[in-house]
Structure formats: C-alpha cells, structure tokens
Design a binder for this molecule. Structure first.
Ligand SMILES: Cc1ncc(C[n+]2csc(CCOP(=O)(O)OP(=O)(O)O)c2C)c(N)n1
Ligand SMILES: [Mg+2]
Length: 577
C-alpha cells in the first residue's frame, strides 16, 4: 500500500501518518523540504517519494544544514521553510539553525521523528532517544508539540502553520513517533492556514501619528520585522512624508535602498538618535541603542511598532506601543501622519552629509572595506549576500550597501558561527536564478564544509568566499588584547581550500587582493556553477570599535547609565515546560 492512497467508504482517504504529513504540507502550499532521512522517518520519506513531482527534497550532509537552509530559504522567499530530521542526535544537530531562525524571526517548521510512542519517557535506551525532546525544542521555537495518533497529524500540521503565521514569525516544531508515521487513519489534510495580519488599534495610531507628525526631527529605526512583513513600501512612504532618516539594523538592511538619502546605518544612528525628538522603532528589539551611550534619553519620545506585544518596551521604555503587523501598522501611520504632519523642508543635504561622514569611517577600516566593495561592485542589486561571524562580515553588517529587501542575511543576535554557507544554499533555493554570495572565515566555513557536496549535488550556484587567516581570528585578537598577549585554542590548520573545492567537484580559485576578488567573484557569478574563492588574509582590525559608536564588546551588555534601558526580566524564569 506504500505510496497509494486508499479511499474509505466516504470520500475521506485512508492515509499513513507519513502520507498525511506530506499531504498536509502540500495543502499548506509547501513545495520544498530540507531533510536528512533515517529509520524513524522512513514512512515520511516514502510519502515524499510519491509526491516527488510536487515537493522537492533537498538532502544535506548534516542536519545543521537542513535547518539553516530552511531558514535561508524562508527569509529570502518569504515562505515557510520546512526541515525534516530524525529524533535525538538529528534534531539536536538542527538546533543551531533553529536558534538562528528564532533570533531572526524566520518562519521555519521543523518536523522531527520520535521513538515509538509507547516508549516515550520510559528511558529504555531506544535508538536516538533523548529525554524531553519537546522541552529542548521549546527553547528554540515559538510553539512545539508532539503527535500521538495518525489521525491528529493534519490538524497538528495545520496548527503549526497557523502558529508560525500568527503574530511574530518564528520557528515551530512537530515531533511524530515512527509508529504514528506508519499507522493509518481516515483523514483529510486541512488546507492552508488563513491568518489575518494584526491590524493596529486606530486610536493608538492616531495618538502616535499626532506625536510623529508634530516632531521636528523624527528618526525611524527599522529592524528585520519590516522585511518579514514586506513593509518596505509604507516604510519608504512614511520616511518620505516625515523627511525622517531610516536607521536600519543589521537584520533590517534592505528595508530602504542604500541609494536613498534617508537610508542610514547604525553608525549614523549615533549622530541621528541623540538629535531626534521622536524615535519610531519598527520591527526591532531596539537593543543596541539602549546599550550604547547615544541611546534614548529623558525628553525623547520613543514610539514602538511591533507585531509581538512582548517586544514592546522590553528593552526601552516607550511612550506609545503599537501592536500590529509592520505593513498594516505603517500603512495606518502613513495615512494618519499625513493629516497631522507639519510643513517640512528636504533634509537631503544634511542627511547626505551624514552618509558621507559615515562612509568615510567605513572606508578607514581596511582591508575589510576594500574586500566588501569588491563584492558589491559585481553583485547585482537583487543578488543576495549572506554574512558570517568573520571580519569582513562584521564590516558588512554596518557598511555593506543593500539595495533590495531580503537580499542581506545575518545570524542576528544569535551570532551563529557557521550558519553562513548553509543559509546561503537555502537562500539560493528560495531565489532561483539570482546570484548568491556567501562570505566566511576559515573557522566558520569549516562548520558546514561538507555542504559543498550539497551545492554540487543540487546545483546550487552559491559563490562561497573564504577569508583564511589560519585562526579563529576574532577570538584570537580579543585574547591577545585582553589577556596580556596570551592566546589559546585559536590557531587553525587549514586544508588547501582550492583543492578542497575541486575535490568536491566544484570550481576553486584563490584571490590575494580586493581587485583579484572582484574579478573572480564576477567570473564565478557569470559561470552559473558553485564556486569557492579562498582569500588568504592577515589579522584585521576590529571594525566594530570604529563603526559602531558606543560598542564595547561583551562589556556593552551592561546597561548604560542615563539610558532608559529596561533591566528587569519580564518573563518568569525558569520557563514553564
Ligand atoms: C556557534 C559558535 N561557536 C563559537 C562562536 C565564538 N566565535 C565567534 S567569532 C569566532 C571565530 C571565527 O573565526 P573565523 O570564522 O575564522 O573568522 P575570523 O574572525 O578569523 O575572520 C568564534 C569561535 C560563535 N560565535 N558561534
Ligand atoms: Mg579566521
């Protein structure tokens, strides 16, 4: 009966749990799954075989890549990224990717296997058994549950999608024991979850709009929420009617084209925020400003728009909190502010001058600025750059110009070393035909080096740049500067990356200078084949000390005196199971 769908007397089909899972994913509009099989998932993968024309399966060489790829796919395509893992070690391997997706408010569904349902919690030592798998999943998801009957699969998958689409997008997880995937029941997939985005309360919008409209020097602080909600157009409109600079966080880059004179960086924020009378925060935790010298101070009005009510006022006291989908909230604000707006003259000259000053600061950080410029020069406007926890990556998080929404991916506050290359592979799946460049350090790249095989196997033409300084350079520099020159556990012995790429069946080249890098990235992007470019480098200066005023490394975690940062925890700890 494998692969077949039997009909009961009525029109309700009898499905295996595996078939119900796959039919449910299909009903939610899923046509792409990132997975790595194993015995607990056999019935799910066999059902995927039957639907291979409708759902494309990308298998990887390690489960960390299935969650990273699902995340990269989701962030670029604006759709739910689905990953599939065996229980225990499999799903634990995927946790760093889920944590990254959680940090970046990325809509990911993790479906994981589970040991036989009757044995859960018995501690017998079944294959892949771990204690409290669901408890572990809850630490990296907004919603996680288990299914114990085949008949419950359609409803549970439907609910998982509803949860992901409701409010703030974040990962969800469903665990399904192998006997439940094998078992049968008459069941009907539930169909796409229809979720209405949260609209803003009109009175709150009106009050906030009056304040914003009267403001003399408003600033907009835009985070990743703008991109998740596809809210870039009303953001641009609001900024234009207010002549308000838009400071984009690392995750908000691309919300407004870097070519626009209102588009500003976190470096410029140090000038712009203290000079503002009203700060409108959209889809951002607003964490860094509250930990910097230049964060909001008494006398300034902070208005926060966020789809997640928990986020409002979490890091900074706010005078107006608007709980809404960023697109709907900004559209409502545009309409209301237009009615209350004061007469304004263009701030183009003043804000272009800010941009020129910050660009000069960026240009002083070498060689990062030159390498980044080389990439930007040849990456098309709709090309995607995926960063990493590496020296050029830190520079890019502030300095890299981004021209289109959803074309710049980071690991957000998770700072996940190793996310980059696999995130980039997922981004390429989500943006077929577009150019994707992944920058890596030699440390981070080797976390997912085995996925070079995935790139070749699935023809994912990502261009991976590896800056090799033979070190966990960032850590080594901190060790030397903070601990009397002593360094430990930070030197790296590397393979020959060019020959390594060739061994995987892809192009491998070496670029010694920014100019050579520019030429080689251009050529690799034109070849439409996966490629690796090794760039041997020396130790680089820490760009963050220059580019992020107020940045003080781990010390910055202390809240700053005079800045209205919240310090009290808001949620009970430990969390409820
Ligand atoms: C999962 C994870 N493990 C460890 C770290 C700590 N860490 C931050 S940067 C770094 C070194 C990165 O080395 P590399 O990728 O070579 O980049 P480089 O600093 O040399 O440019 C490490 C180990 C981290 N951020 N994430
Ligand atoms: Mg390194």
């Amino acid at each position: 009966m494998r692969g077949d769908v039997k009909l009961q007397g009525t029109s309700t089909p009898v499905l295996t749990g595996g078939q119900a899972l796959v039919q449910s994913l299909k009903a939610e509009g899923i046509d792409t799954v990132f997975g790595l099989p194993g015995v607990q998932l056999d019935w799910a993968f066999d059902a995927l075989y039957a639907e291979r024309d409708a759902i494309r399966v990308y298998h990887t060489r390690h489960e960390q890549a299935v969650s990273y790829m699902a995340d990269g796919y989701a962030r670029v395509a604006g759709r739910v990224g689905v990953c599939l893992t065996v229980p225990g070690p499999g799903v634990l391997n995927a946790m760093a990717g889920l944590a990254t997706a959680y940090a970046c408010s990325s809509p990911v569904l993790c479906v994981t296997g589970q040991i036989p349902s009757r044995d859960i919690g018995a501690g017998r030592g079944m294959l892949h058994e771990i204690n409290n798998q669901l408890f572990a999943l809850r630490s990296v998801t907004k919603w996680a549950t288990g299914v114990l009957e085949p008949a419950d699969i359609p409803g549970t998958i439907h609910e998982a999608f509803r949860q992901i689409h409701t409010g703030r997008p974040r990962p969800a997880a469903v665990e399904i024991p192998l006997d439940v995937l094998r078992g049968t029941a008459g069941m009907m997939p539930a169909g796409p979850a229809a979720v209405t985005p949260v609209a803003a309360d009109p009175e709150t919008v009106e009050r906030a709009a009056r304040v914003i409209g009267r403001a003399e020097r408003p600033v907009i602080f835009a985070g990743g929420g703008v991109l998740r909600a596809a809210a870039w157009e009303p953001l641009r409109q609001l900024a234009a009617v207010l002549e308000a600079p838009v400071v984009m966080t690392e995750n908000g880059k691309g919300a407004l084209s870097s070519r626009h004179y209102l588009a500003q960086t976190m470096t410029a924020a140090a000038e712009l925020v203290p000079a503002a009378d009203v700060v409108l925060v959209v889809g951002s935790r607003f964490f860094l400003p509250t930990r910097s010298d230049w964060g909001p101070r008494p006398g300034q009005t902070v208005i926060q728009l966020d789809v997640d009510p928990e986020e409002i006022g979490r890091n900074c006291e706010v005078s107006h909190g608007i709980v809404a989908d960023a697109k709907l909230g900004l559209e409502a604000l545009v309409a209301a502010v237009t009615r209350h707006n004061r007469k304004r003259t263009s701030r183009r000259d003043e804000l272009e001058a800010v941009r020129t000053r910050t660009r000069a600061r960026f240009g002083a950080v070498q060689p990062q600025a030159a390498f980044a410029a080389a990439i930007r020069d040849v990456l098309p406007d709709d090309g995607i750059l995926v960063t990493e926890m590496t020296q050029v990556g830190y520079w890019c998080n502030t300095g890299f110009p981004v021209y289109k929404p959803r074309t710049y991916l980071t690991s957000g506050y998770q700072g996940t070393l190793g996310h980059g290359f696999a995130n980039a592979l997922g981004a390429q799946v989500g943006a077929p035909g577009r150019k994707v460049v992944s920058i890596n350090g030699d440390g981070g790249f080797m976390y997912n080096v085995q996925e070079l095989s995935t790139a070749v196997r699935h023809r994912l033409n990502v261009v991976a740049i590896v800056f090799s300084d033979n070190a966990y350079g960032n850590v080594r520099r901190i060790q030397r500067e903070s601990f009397g020159g002593r360094t430990i556990a930070t030197d790296l012995l590397n393979p020959d990356f060019v020959r390594l790429a060739e061994a995987f069946g892809m192009d491998g080249v070496r670029a010694e200078t920014p100019d050579a890098l520019r030429r080689m990235v251009a050529r690799a992007l034109g070849n439409d084949r996966p490629a690796l470019i090794e760039v041997p480098v020396e130790e680089m200066p820490d760009p963050r000390t220059i580019m992020r005023p107020g940045y003080r490394g781990p010390e910055g975690l202390r809240s700053r005196e005079g800045v209205r940062a919240r310090t009290s925890p808001r949620a009970p700890y430990p969390p409820r199971p």
